[in-house]
Design a protein around this ligand. Structure first.
Ligand code: HEM
Length: 331
């Protein structure tokens, strides 16, 4: 991988790094805990009491989920209970609630589907198809290289060296190099990245990764179009699309083969894997505060579904819980 390739990727890749960062750090050998990552996000994006410690800038929405029952998920209550209510939150990556919506980079969605018995099923994904690191230690080490020093400047050489020595961040860095500004949340594809399992009552297991495809198609903005946009446009654009057309997303499951990693979200599965639809989410409203006190923890799953042992996925529950507790207590 060439130096210039990595250098030019860094800014776009991690816009959550900002002048608010206060200290420098080096890649750590120690085992990383969820709170270390939450604190790292705050160092990079600044302290914003009361807000999510990642994806602080967001838009609530609500809608319905129409399931598409199929043989790989036979018996799943999620797919056999008819139409179900969904709470959604679309977001921009980073801890800054006023993050620049014109910048390319991370966009996310949280979808929480409510089953008739009160159980919840959560899909929380981002717009990149591969994660920056095979485990929390590599992810943390990578983020550490983006922290500015005492003069307020990050050292790109440090990041370049880290990327060269850690192959598991390279695919994500490359994706960020070509990422353009998403035109709208309604025109963004989202990826779950981790592996999940569904077990039927006869013991048959389905290994899958999910992605969410927008019915209005994926659209990004060219630089000249971005220049004409106001710094905040995502909520208004989405509301206008809801008025003008049907906004929906199909949740797809890629079916894993034995050789596909179930513990490493930095390794993509081959694109030719068979895919089945799990159902379609149609959005009815956007705006308001309905999702403010929701925790879109991706490990909150309905009956029959289980998370894999992916260490990144495992770290998400405690990290989201810490952030949830902090923001509810205005920290
Ligand atoms: C170790 C890795 C990760 C850590 C520590 C982490 C941490 C966090 C935290 C602390 C929040 C705020 C939670 C809240 O206050 O409710 C958050 C939100 C979010 N994260 Fe992660 N995350 C990680 C990986 C991922 C991955 C792999 C994805 C995508 C597949 C992702 C997508 C999102 C999204 C979309 C949100 C916003 C959810 C909402 O709107 O409430 N995160 N993350």
């Amino acid at each position: 991988m060439k130096h210039n390739l990595i250098t030019s990727s860094i800014t776009a890749a991690f816009i959550m790094a900002s002048a608010a960062a206060t200290s420098n750090a080096v890649a750590s050998e120690k085992e990383i805990q969820a709170n270390d990552l939450v604190e790292m996000f705050e160092k990079l994006g600044g302290k914003h009491p009361g807000y999510r410690k990642a994806h602080a800038n967001g838009l609530c929405a609500s809608g319905t989920f129409l399931p598409a029952p199929n043989k790989h998920f036979t018996g799943a209550a999620l797919l056999s209970s008819g139409e179900l209510p969904v709470s959604l939150r679309f977001s921009v990556g980073g801890a800054n609630p006023n993050s620049d919506e014109k910048a390319p980079g991370t966009r996310g969605v949280g979808m929480q589907i409510k089953l008739p018995n009160g159980a919840l099923h959560t899909f929380t994904g981002n717009n990149f198809p591969v994660f920056a690191g095979k485990n929390p230690e590599v992810f943390y080490g990578f983020l550490s290289t983006l922290l500015p020093d005492e003069n307020g400047k990050a050292d790109p050489e440090k990041t370049i060296a880290f990327v060269e020595n850690n192959p598991s961040v390279q695919a994500n860095v490359l994706w960020n190099k070509t990422a353009k500004t998403p035109a709208s949340f309604a025109n963004t594809e989202f990826f779950g990245l981790h592996t999940f399992y569904f077990e039927q009552s006869n013991g048959q297991k389905t290994k899958f990764r999910w992605n969410i495809e927008p019915s209005l198609g994926v659209k990004t903005l060219e630089k000249a179009e971005v220049a004409k946009m106001p710094s905040e446009f995502l909520a208004d654009t989405f509301a206008q699309q809801l008025k003008d057309s049907k906004v929906s997303f199909t949740i797809m499951a890629s079916l894993g083969e034995a050789e596909d990693s179930d513990i490493d979200p930095s390794k993509q599965w081959p694109s030719e894997r068979a895919k089945v639809a799990l159902g379609t989410v149609t959005v009815n409203t956007s705006g308001g505060d309905a999702c403010k006190n929701t925790n879109f923890d991706p490990n909150i799953l309905s009956a029959g579904f289980t998370p894999s042992a992916d260490p990144i996925l495992r770290m998400r529950s405690p990290a989201y819980a810490i952030s949830f507790g902090k923001r509810l207590s205005n920290q």
